[in-house]
Design a protein around this ligand. Structure first.
Ligand code: SAM
Length: 343
């Protein structure tokens, strides 16, 4: 296969995706990353969208084998941030100039449909922001209620398109059901986000190609690709962390294949390498999600080991983001950063 020819294509076959993901030589991966930046610049512009994330509860009824906040992990202190505190944090995010609030938690049934809807309404009444929810699989009626209450987006990663692996590492869930939720969310009007974890046991390059093709088929508005990072006291605690290069290649191929979707450069990349976030931007990402979860809680939202920045102040983290963007010739967007597919 010819790299330059493939990089000029707008539609990629599974074999071509595998070819791109398998590139090893630095001069070749550089061509891939450069193409991803060109596509980003042409379709998304030079603006990067900041999303302030509040991880408001680490209670979870699921038992994902990789996740540090899984139900069976006995060693973490469980917390819930009060509604009033969530609203104050949302106001603080809005006042710091960020126009999207991401509300994330484990699958915590303490938060009934109505309780979450109340939080969404209060945020929307007080702040002119978009709201992304990342609360796991819930009743379809809840998704409808939250949309009516003002939620804009829903992030529910499919984690892996390999059903055998998915079903093995998610004891109470299955891939078909996950996909059914993603389709429903899209159908009723959410901007949807999916994505995978890279480096799961048994996963191969073909599986990662399938993840990208699944995101394409689901017509997602956002796609997040993160490395597997081992978490203490989980069944996968001894499994090795993912190599950053394959994650960066996946992000770059995603940019070329999925075109104008929003792709974050994740915190997990910075855990792998100090310059991980920068390298994510260089692989075509256009979103950064700084955490606004207060330190008292964040130390217990350790979905994996060594999550970075846990003792830094919010202001200094934000300044680092602005400096990074300037350095990379990018700008901080002042819009809500809605789906580029809807324009
Ligand atoms: N409960 C919600 C859900 O299921 O979508 C959101 C919370 S969950 C902790 C958020 C994401 O963390 C998951 O989609 C998963 O991809 C990621 N995650 C959890 N443990 C991880 C690990 N050890 N390595 C990499 N990503 C991990």
């Amino acid at each position: 296969m010819n790299l330059s020819e493939i990089l000029c294509k707008k539609i990629l076959s599974r074999e071509e995706i595998i070819f791109l993901l398998s590139l090893e030589k630095e001069e070749e991966t550089e061509l891939l990353f450069r193409k991803a930046r060109e596509v980003r610049s042409a379709l998304c512009g030079d603006e990067v969208h900041l999303r302030g994330i509040i991880e408001f509860s680490n209670h979870c009824k699921q038992d994902c084998h990789y996740c540090g906040i899984r139900m069976s992990n006995p060693d973490i202190k469980r917390y819930r941030i009060s509604d009033d505190e969530i609203i104050k944090l949302a106001e603080f995010i809005y006042e710091s100039g960020i126009k999207t609030i991401v509300l994330q938690s484990g699958e915590d049934m303490h938060y009934s449909g109505e309780k979450v809807a109340g939080i969404i309404r209060r945020i929307k009444d007080n702040c002119d922001v978009a709201i992304t929810l990342s609360l796991g699989e819930r009743e379809f009626a809840d998704y409808e209620l939250w949309l009516e209450a003002g939620a804009d987006r829903y992030l529910l990663k499919h984690e892996t398109a390999n059903a055998g692996i998915y079903n093995k590492i998610h004891p109470y869930q299955n891939l078909d059901e996950r996909i059914r939720h993603l389709r429903f969310l899209k159908e009723i009007g959410y901007q949807t986000g999916s994505g995978n974890i890279i480096g799961l046991p048994g996963q191969n390059i073909g599986d990662i190609a399938d993840d990208l093709l699944l995101c394409n088929e689901l017509d997602v508005d956002m796609a997040s690709f993160s490395p597997f990072l081992s978490a203490a006291d989980t069944p996968l605690a001894g499994h090795k962390n993912c190599d950053i290069e394959i994650v960066l290649k996946t992000m770059a191929v995603a940019r070329i294949l999925l075109r104008n979707v929003h792709i974050p450069t994740t915190t997990a990349l910075s855990t792998l390498r100090p310059d991980g976030r920068r390298r994510g931007l260089r692989a075509g990402a256009n979103v950064i999600m700084p955490s606004y979860t207060p330190n008292d809680y964040r130390f217990n939202y350790l979905i994996y080991k060594n999550k970075p920045g846990t003792d830094e102040g919010v202001e200094s983290k934000l300044q680092q983001v602005y400096d990074l963007l300037k350095d990379e010739g990018l700008k901080n967007s002042d819009s809500k950063g809605h789906s580029l597919k809807q324009l």
